[in-house]
Ligand binder design. Structure first.
Ligand code: SIN
Ligand code: CO
Length: 357
């Protein structure tokens, strides 16, 4: 992290020796056909022509046909082995982790030279892929081709290249141009993706949450202007109203713990197409584990799970934080929860957010 994270690429040969593809190609094809799964098919024709098809994709090209690749996003939500692979990267705070994408490519398949705005760990899980990478700057300007339906660099000048075999891993910080081309068929690459909020988007999301309390916040007050004089400029916004607006926004953001709560809720909000299978209350004497689809985080005063926040202190907070950190709580730890926290756990189990451990 000190030397490479957000700074320099890193190639690690046999980072994950003996790694197995989290899914086989038939399983990936089934997922691509599912409308709850985000997938894309990128094919390259002779003469540098590219086509992009958004999923669901009912029928893939023949495995033996060269130069196509299928990308399946969020595999961790559907395949336990993919979630386990993503969890190997929890040395980065989970608030920054996004998902595990898997790409399958036939011989010569790839998505073309491009750059991403996020960090990525590219893990070769089957077959071989030839990666060429280079900084954006002098010779690779970042200009995109305007004749292709995906983001492909117009002038990619690679600085380094390597062929990755199963178990090898390449880390790229944001903004490094890269081009990965399958060498031979049956090439599978898993990408660990990250999330990094834009300041403006985050402010937007938090302000919505900070102000969507149903009841009027305590101490709320309506704008009043008893000293307003008659005006010849009825179009002009009164300065006092601008000052009132500024104070309103600052007040919403500075209420004690309000921002912390909104942030935790936003960071754990499930993605739009994520749903949970309802379950039953935890059986007596059992531990608990988080569903692979659950997002659970905490801060000094709260625990957050799937967009909801709870104040927690004392032993309950210690145990709930343990559940968030290790995604599992032993039967002995579950037994140490207060009655209130135990009821909460049962509710989460009924909602399908946790499963018997
Ligand atoms: C791929 O797996 O083909 C593309 C992954 C990436 O470039 O980020
Ligand atoms: Co990329």
């Amino acid at each position: 992290m000190k030397r490479h994270w957000q700074k320099q690429p890193l190639l690690v040969r046999q980072a994950l020796p003996g790694v197995q593809p989290p899914v086989d190609r038939a399983g990936l094809a089934r997922l691509a056909a599912n409308e709850d799964v985000e997938s894309r098919l990128v094919s390259q024709q002779d003469g540098g022509r590219w086509t992009l098809r958004q999923g669901p994709i009912a029928k893939l090209p023949a495995w033996s046909k060269p130069q196509w690749t299928l990308l399946v996003q969020g595999l961790d939500l559907h395949v336990d082995a993919a979630h386990d692979l993503l969890c190997r990267f929890r040395f980065v705070p989970e608030a920054r982790l996004d998902d595990l994408m898997v790409s399958y490519a036939s011989d010569g398949g790839g998505v073309g030279p491009h750059f991403d705005s996020y960090d990525v760990f590219l893990i070769q899980v089957a077959g071989k892929r030839h990666w060429r990478i280079g900084r954006l700057g002098v010779s690779t300007t970042g200009t995109l081709r305007d004749d292709v339906p995906l983001k492909v660099l117009a002038d990619f000048e690679p600085e380094q290249d390597f062929v990755l075999e199963p178990g090898d891993m390449l880390y790229l910080p944001p903004g490094w141009a890269h081009d990965g081309v399958a060498v031979g068929g049956d090439c599978m690459t898993a990408s660990v993706g990250f999330r990094s909020p834009w300041r403006g988007e985050l402010a937007n999301e938090l302000l919505v949450r900070l102000t969507d309390d149903e009841e009027a916040p305590r101490g709320d007050r309506m704008y009043g202007d008893p000293s307003q004089a008659a005006t010849r400029e009825p179009g002009r916004i009164p300065e006092a109203l601008t000052a009132f607006a500024r104070e309103a926004v600052l007040k919403a953001a500075s209420a004690p713990l309000a921002l912390e709560r909104a942030l935790g809720e936003a960071l754990t909000e499930p993605k739009p197409r994520v749903f949970f299978e309802p379950g039953e209350a935890l059986p007596e004497g059992r531990g608990a584990r988080l569903s692979p689809r659950s997002r659970m985080l905490y801060d000094a005063a709260h625990v957050f799970i799937n967009g909801q926040s709870f104040r927690a202190g004392g032993r309950d907070a210690t145990l709930m934080r343990r559940l968030a950190d290790s995604r599992i709580l032993s039967a002995a730890d579950v037994a140490r929860l207060s009655d209130g926290a135990r009821d909460l756990l049962d509710q989460w189990a009924e909602d399908g957010w946790i499963l018997p451990g």
